[in-house]
Ligand binder design. Structure first.
Ligand code: COA
Length: 258
């Protein structure tokens, strides 16, 4: 599928989605959000895709935020509509049945930071910078940032980051638990692919259930009950039988995604 603002490629079952507006630091305008939504539908629906990477074009930015040039004419209602649309796409990323990893190759600010947070996990280049600078514009994060950041780094750190609008380095983001690993920029995509190749050797339906359970995390019994249900469902799959049989027969499992 041809896109105006995205580059996509499918190689070794990994679908790489590159946001491609480097001259505007890959800012998320209306078209990017719409096209990202379609690209994520592709991840859900194309059986050749086992996992996806989201990254930015160029060496400077992952995504430097929502496109500020679209903000001037917005009123309260249009602002709400914008946030609702963005959140819908980012929720689709978070709930993708296949792993979606953010390869953060530079600035991940505002909506860019929120986009990375919506992915299942984040690997960053050593040049990456994270921040929620919306308060500088008289705004707040609207694509899920107040919720996902607070869940990930805790209330106090989220309060400080969002209230100051400060940018933090990749290493600091790693210390905060935002980023899983920091690697030299020129190794970023290969590092993410290496991790995805490991995941590709596992039972796909089990991976989907892992995503569902972890996304359903809550402190009440409800999260544990959901895990019980999903654990039970695994035993209805052929892959679970194959996994146990392969272990007992001392061979590698041959998972079919069934
Ligand atoms: N929306 C629209 N355009 C953006 C943008 C955004 N979020 N971020 C960067 N750009 C554009 C700049 O306007 C500039 O365009 P121009 O060359 O036509 O003037 C181009 O991208 C390059 O950015 P520039 O600011 O010149 O780069 P820099 O290296 O001096 O600064 C940043 C980099 C990221 C610090 C700076 O661009 C910035 O603060 N961006 C906004 C971040 C933000 O507030 N995001 C949250 C939005 S809610």
């Amino acid at each position: 599928m041809g896109y105006q603002t995205l580059l996509t490629s499918l190689e070794n079952n990994i679908y790489t989605i590159t946001i491609n507006r480097p001259e505007k630091l890959n800012a998320l305008n209306k078209t990017v959000i719409e096209e990202l939504s379609s690209a994520i539908d592709e991840v859900y629906n194309n059986d050749s895709i086992k996992s996806a990477i989201i990254t930015g074009a160029g060496e400077k930015a992952f995504v430097a935020g929502a496109d500020i040039s679209e903000f001037l004419q917005l009123n309260a209602q249009a602002g709400e509509t914008l946030a609702r649309k963005g959140q819908h796409v980012f929720d689709k990323i978070e709930n993708s049945p296949k792993p979606v990893v953010a390869a953060v190759n530079g600035f991940a600010l505002g909506g860019g930071c929120e986009l990375a947070l919506a992915c299942h996990f984040i690997i960053a280049g050593d040049n990456a910078k994270f921040g929620q600078p919306e308060v500088n514009l008289g705004l707040i994060p609207g694509y899920g940032g107040t919720q996902r950041l607070a869940q990930l780094v805790g209330k106090n750190r989220a309060m400080q980051l969002i209230m100051t609008g400060e940018m933090i380095s990749a290493n600091c983001a790693c210390q905060f638990g935002i980023v899983n690993k920091v690697v030299p920029l020129n190794e970023l995509l290969n590092e993410v692919k290496k991790i995805l190749f490991v995941i590709h050797t596992k039972a796909p339906l089990a991976i989907t259930k892992v995503i569902e359970c972890i996304n359903n995390f809550d402190h009440t019994q409800q999260g544990y009950d959901f895990e019980i249900k999903k654990f039970g469902e695994c035993f209805a799959t052929e892959d679970a039988k194959e996994g146990a049989a392969a272990f007992l027969e001392k061979r590698k499992p041959d998972f079919k995604g069934k």
